[in-house]
Design a binder for this molecule. Structure first.
Ligand SMILES: NC(=O)c1ccc[n+]([C@@H]2O[C@H](COP(=O)([O-])OP(=O)(O)OC[C@H]3O[C@@H](n4cnc5c(N)ncnc54)[C@H](O)[C@@H]3O)[C@@H](O)[C@H]2O)c1
Length: 394
């Protein structure tokens, strides 16, 4: 059972997983097309410094128990292949399987009879059995019954990946009973809180469902917040007292950003649309639209705040205190805070950014000028959803 395991994709999700497996004394061959990243890892240097605990693991195992390589042939002795590469959506929110197909086909080219392949990338339910299986069969020349196939969604959270992998429940489901059993056995050697579910489709849906739950509940909080504002009710006070064991109202926001939550509902919406099941995904679609509209909502609030400043509107200096998609994470994918700053700039307003994670030079690279909040007339903190100047204009 202690055979080498290949982890394909050593990114924000794959590298912590590879490091945790290596830390259990299992030999890991990490395959990533990014040669520079592989070199860093083999030198014991951590390419994701913000990930707590990862630095120590890479220092200890990089180049030893965790060997990184851009060549798939280096993993040809492995009997288990875990694939965790990105899946993006195009402008119409349809999944673009390009990266995943390339990684899966490369695995197929070194696959042997009896090997196990586990996909961890979050995908529309049905993907593992419909697409991954046929890509593997085609590229390996094997019959699909000659290899085992399973799905186990990555449920980490950037910054806390190591503790999540060690403690958080992880699910795994096989294409058939044998695949499920084998995958559960292999994963049990490095994941302690592991749960076998009945199929790959169940495991796939579990991860997408979580994203939908978050998106819909954030949309609910945003809607209740807007209603409370109209009713002149203190939302935070109401929320604090409304929340209990059976009620958890989230905090309002500028919307939902990042690679995950704003993307996963589309997997189901698009699938339902394909099946002409429009009525089955009305809530998911509305939640998406509502959350996406929050940047425009806050832009209007900021505009109103500017009107309270005793200066011509175009000369009011607005400072947005963060353009990353989430506080403390230097990522901009689907960042609604970045969208908010752009909406204000496109209105011809004098917009500046002071993001605690960005230097003035990096701020300029994102298309904004830096200004310290003390020098601004209107200061909006998108993470606290509050105005710091000129008072509570919201
Ligand atoms: N980052 C997170 O917090 C997170 C959380 C939960 C789930 N996930 C899942 O993990 C997936 C991957 O996300 P990530 O954050 O690790 O992405 P990432 O962009 O940080 O890393 C992806 C890595 O894959 C490599 N890669 C690309 N094509 C390849 C190929 N053909 N062969 C080998 N390597 C290849 C890239 O060089 C990169 O290092 C996501 O799509 C999502 O489904 C991520």
């Amino acid at each position: 059972m202690n055979q080498a395991i290949a982890v394909v994709g050593l990114g924000n999700a794959g590298l912590p997983l590879a490091a945790v497996i290596a830390d259990r004394g299992i030999q890991v061959v990490g395959v990533d097309v990014n040669e520079k990243r592989c070199q860093l890892i083999n030198e014991g240097r951590n390419p994701i410094p913000q990930e707590e605990g990862l630095g120590d693991l890479i220092k200890r195992h990089g180049g030893r128990k965790l060997l990184a390589t851009p060549r798939f042939e280096d993993a040809s002795d492995c009997r288990t292949f875990i694939i965790i590469v990105p899946l993006f959506v195009d402008q119409s929110f349809n999944p673009d399987f390009g990266i995943m197909e390339s990684a899966v086909r490369s695995v197929g080219r070194v696959l042997k009879k009896g090997d196990l392949v586990v996909l961890e990338t979050t995908v529309p339910p049905g993907t593992t059995e419909a697409l991954v299986q046929s890509w593997l069969a085609e590229s390996s020349g094997l019959d699909s019954s000659d290899f085992h196939l399973a799905y186990s969604p990555e449920r980490i959270m950037t910054g806390y990946s190591i503790s999540r992998l060690r403690e958080f429940p992880k699910v795994i489901g096989g294409r058939d009973e044998e695949s499920g059993f084998l995958a559960h056995q292999v994963y049990s050697s490095f994941i302690s809180n592991l749960h076998l579910v009945s199929s790959t489709r169940v495991a796939e849906l579990i991860k997408v469902m979580e994203g939908c739950y978050r998106d819909v509940n954030i949309a609910l909080a945003n809607e209740l917040f807007k209603i409370a504002q109209d009713l002149d009710v203190n939302f935070l006070e109401a929320r604090q007292n409304a929340n209990h064991q059976y009620c958890h109202i989230h905090l309002p926001s500028t919307g939902v950003g990042g690679h995950c939550i704003p993307v996963y509902p589309w997997f189901l919406i698009k699938e339902m649309e394909k099946r002409e099941g429009f009525d089955n995904c009305r809530l998911l679609r509305t939640a998406r639209e509502l959350n996406d509209d929050m940047a425009r909502y806050w832009a209007e609030k900021i505009l109103l705040a500017c009107l309270h400043v005793d200066r011509p509107l175009s000369l009011v200096r607005i400072c947005i205190k963060g353009i990353t998609f989430r506080e403390g994470v230097k990522e901009f994918y689907h960042s609604r805070n970045l969208v908010l700053a752009k909406i204000l700039r496109d209105k011809g307003l004098d917009v500046y950014v002071c993001d605690p994670l960005l230097s003035p030079e990096e701020t300029e690279q994102k298309g904004f000028r830096y200004l310290s909040p003390e020098e601004a007339d209107v200061v909006f903190d998108p993470f606290a959803i509050s105005f710091e100047k000129p008072g509570d204009a919201g």
